[in-house]
Write a protein that binds this ligand. Sequence first.
Ligand code: HAM
Length: 433
Amino acid sequence: MKESSLSKKIQAIRGMNDLLPAQAPLWQYFEQQVRTLMGRYGYDEIRTPILEQTALFKRSIGEVTDIVEKEMYTFEDRNGDSLTLRPEGTASCVRAAMENGLLHNQTQRLWYQGPMFRHERPQKGRYRQFHQVGVETFGLEGPDIDAEVILLSARLWKQLGLFEHVTLELNSLGSPEARAAYRDKLVSYFEAHLDVLDEDSRRRLSTNPLRILDSKNPAMADMLADAPRLMDHLDAESREHFERLTAILDAAGIEYVINPRLVRGLDYYSRTVFEWTTEALGSQGTVCAGGRYDGLVEQLGGKPVPAVGFAMGIERLILLLETLELVPDAVHDTLDVYLLPMGEAAEAAALELAERLRDDLPALRLQLHCGGGGFKSRIRKADKSGARLALLLGEEELAENAVTLKFLREEREQRRLSRSELAPALADLLSEA
Ligand code: HAM
């Protein structure tokens, strides 16, 4: 290897981001809101591996989808097996539930969170490693559970202050049979308008014609607006399911827009599909999306089990909170105390004191100054730490078995406290904040 390439700095992979300490508190706030909410609805967490056999995603998401055709991180491992970094969570969740007997004569309400991987063109709100929170429910076929997962997401938007800024779009894809009949009608319609179809859509005509409806090409907009609607070709049961779902949402006061062109980019859906979208993020405006996938468990080799779920993109929701300035101040936890030993003897004693204070005051956030330095630089570090209080431990304090308490952010007299006074005094000050 040449020296120049050896010394070249290694950078992160395009579209894969570091989460820096300054951003972590907002993620923790979001994750905490999610975790509590899932508990309130009786959903149990599941964690699955990030790698799965490639066949799992091909068989569930569908061979002729963008994800499987162009976006998966697929490679051979050392045994020659084809593995794929998960591009989404539903397939893994179904695999895990089947494999571990969670679907046998039982219902499940599961949730997960974690990184997903898609080789898309990175831009604002679209990354190659991104993070989802998802829920998947199994064994429930009525529209009540479709409504529940929608209401659960709506409650999260309310908790985060986002509810006014998102729109619920709904559609029904009907049964596979109804969809197949509709597909034939749609293909005939598109064939009569071949001159308007762009190249991508022509390619999709034979593989995935429903996805043409999703096209954003303005040259095709008029033609698409007049295309036959799946809503008008639903089977009777799917129609009833959809009507009952919208009735529940109406009663719950959740507004929605019926979007007959909402088809989703994954093949496993049937009946209800939905997306929560926002105008505030530009082109990557879908913050949460999902639907019913009653055929997937059977398709992966199990007995038929009805299922419905969704996933939300954490990066997009974080961006949205920042864009709309909805980040609560309290998100940024600051230190309470910066403990500053002065001199070698004090350094050893300070370590011990820090541990004792953490024993006595479990809520205390205390950072111990390490690494020596001159007096001024130590004080600067104490200030930079963001802590409200500094505790000074020098030779004098050591001799007196005391500490000096200094207020870093308030105009208040510093105090000398004996060791026995210290913990109660800190407890008082913490309850003040
Ligand atoms: P999806 O529509 O592919 O559905 O993704 C769900 C959400 O993940 C999107 O609405 C978006 O917020 C986020 N997302 C997707 N791709 C990216 C990306 N490249 N960068 C940032 N965020 C992204 C699914 O994944 C289904 N598994 C949802 C589901 C669960 N359906 C039923 N159960």
